[in-house]
Design a protein. Structure first.
Length: 140
């Protein structure tokens, strides 16, 4: 893994470093699991994209792990994306890609979740995606 990160309570913050920085990884007791998941997440992205944070999400499916990642693109158009990723049977797949635009709205839900309203009629509940991290504290 060529990224440095800090992991705690189901979240990982990918630390910025230059091209000449040494490879490093520091995590919690379940660091091997999150490191493996981070490697798969980073391999799912294009080389020019940079992940700054990944938070494990609550799921109703016991044999799946779900994550919400914050990713910046470094193409001709620079964007910040929220990417929902699913880990199942040794594979990481991308389930949702949501660009954060000037008209996007992000709110904390009362149950510890994060509601993201996309473009368009951003006040409508049917235009919202709700993410529930395993630990809200880890995001801050």
């Amino acid at each position: 893994m060529s990224e440095c990160y800090f992991a705690v309570r189901g979240a990982a913050v990918v630390l910025p470093h230059g091209d000449n920085s040494p490879t490093c990884s520091h995590g919690s007791a379940n660091g091997a699991e999150i490191e493996g998941h981070l490697q798969l997440m980073l391999r799912s992205l294009r080389p020019q994209d940079k992940m700054s944070m990944a938070v494990r999400l609550q799921t109703q499916v016991s044999d799946h792990a779900r994550y919400l990642a914050v990713v910046s693109t470094h193409d001709t158009e620079k964007l910040t994306l929220l990417i929902g990723m699913d880990y199942y049977k040794g594979q990481m797949t991308i389930g949702v890609v949501l660009p954060l635009l000037w008209c996007s709205r992000v709110e904390l839900a009362g149950d510890g979740g994060v509601a993201v309203y996309g473009s368009g009629a951003s006040s409508k509940a049917d235009n919202a995606l709700l993410f529930r991290p395993v630990s809200v504290q880890a995001m801050w």
